[in-house]
Design a protein around this ligand. Structure first.
Ligand code: FDA
Length: 309
């Protein structure tokens, strides 16, 4: 991991820096590159625009590590309202949540109650609920929560991170459930004892995990693969495998983040591939934004340009 990436990820956990950045109009302006706005309306407007351009979406309200139960209740209520508004607007927009935003730090039962309520509401509104994967202390509990939910609700998906050594083993254990899995590279600061420090190894494991989800046993169990990356080379390699295995197009899709590689998103949509864009919105953007900068430290130039403007 590069020094800059490490520093940015360490910074993402720093409360003082968060306070300063959220107050700065210049930094706030830089954030708009990755986020259509802070309000639910902003996300719904962006989802409508992308749908018109042939791209369905996933909406996520930024936030993590809530400290009291009332905050988690408010987040759950926010998502219930969002699911209703998505249905009312006839949008093809899924919803993605973070367990620590729904109270995982306060207790697994609290988080489970919220996830069950949201899964039931997603099912009743014809939507899908996806669960993000956070840093390693949360991985086992998140996988267990998913396992429990998936046995009751079909419309629930989970993100798994290719950088963790353990992920193939976790994925194997989920295959009999015919899971809906989004494979991502992984965005947190993890030690080399737990995660590949080298991009080439992460990419290789990403590829292997994708192929695992379209293997015959996974497919006959009903698995769905979401390929969450902007890495064009890796995507091309996966596409070759999907074509060779004749995986039906409704069993996988590509997913990318709002504002990143828009050229690739448009190119995919025009070519008729299913590409879904994840739109993040909300006031609590600091740690999420720092992770976006860490993924591509060249993004710091955009911040610098805004500051100098
Ligand atoms: P990589 O970092 O190798 O980048 C490939 C290319 O994409 C770069 O060369 C550049 O062109 C472009 N690019 C990538 N990031 C960029 C950025 N920030 N700014 C500008 N260009 C950029 N992580 C996690 O730990 N848990 C989760 O639940 C999720 N969920 C999730 C959902 C979806 C739909 C996506 C696309 C990603 C996530 N992630 C995530 C984030 C993921 O782990 C990873 O950090 C980012 O996707 C960046 O990695 P890439 O796969 O794009 O590859």
């Amino acid at each position: 991991m590069s020094v800059i990436r490490s520093l940015l990820l360490a910074g993402s956990e720093n409360a003082w820096l968060r306070e300063q950045a959220t107050r700065s109009a210049l930094v706030r302006r830089s954030v708009t590159r990755f986020m259509p706005g802070e309000r639910q309306e902003d996300a719904l407007r962006a989802a409508r625009e992308l749908q018109t351009a042939g791209m369905p979406t996933i909406l996520t309200h930024l936030g993590e590590n809530v400290r009291d139960a009332s905050e988690a209740d408010a987040v759950a209520a926010h998502y219930i309202e969002l699911l209703d508004r998505i249905r009312a607007a006839s949008l093809d927009a899924w919803v993605s949540v973070k367990p620590t935003q729904l109270g995982l730090d306060l207790g697994t039962d609290l988080c489970r109650r919220h996830l069950v309520r949201l899964s039931a509401h997603a099912a009743s509104t014809g939507n899908q609920l996806w669960i993000d994967m956070e840093s390693t202390p949360y991985v086992d509990r998140t996988v267990d929560l998913y396992r429990g939910l998936r046995s009751e609700y079909r419309h629930v998906g989970l993100a798994l991170q290719a950088y963790l050594y353990r992920t193939p083993e976790i994925l194997d254990s989920l295959i009999p459930l015919g899971p809906a899995i989004r494979i991502v590279k992984g965005a947190y600061r993890e030690p080399p004892a737990l995660a590949f420090p080298d991009k080439a190894q992460v990419d290789e494991q990403f590829y292997q995990l994708c192929t695992r989800l379209v293997a015959p046993d996974a497919q006959s169990a009903g698995a769905f693969l979401a390929i969450g990356t902007h890495d064009a080379e890796l995507i091309a390699r996966i596409q070759t495998h999907l074509a060779a295995q004749r995986v039906p197009q409704d069993r996988y899709e590509f997913e990318m983040l709002y504002g990143i590689r828009r050229d690739l998103q448009t190119q995919f949509a025009r070519a008729g591939a299913r590409v879904r864009v994840l739109i993040s919105y909300g006031e609590y953007w600091f740690p999420w934004y720092m992770r976006r900068l860490a993924e591509r430290p060249a993004n710091l130039w955009f911040v610098a340009k805004n500051v100098l403007k």
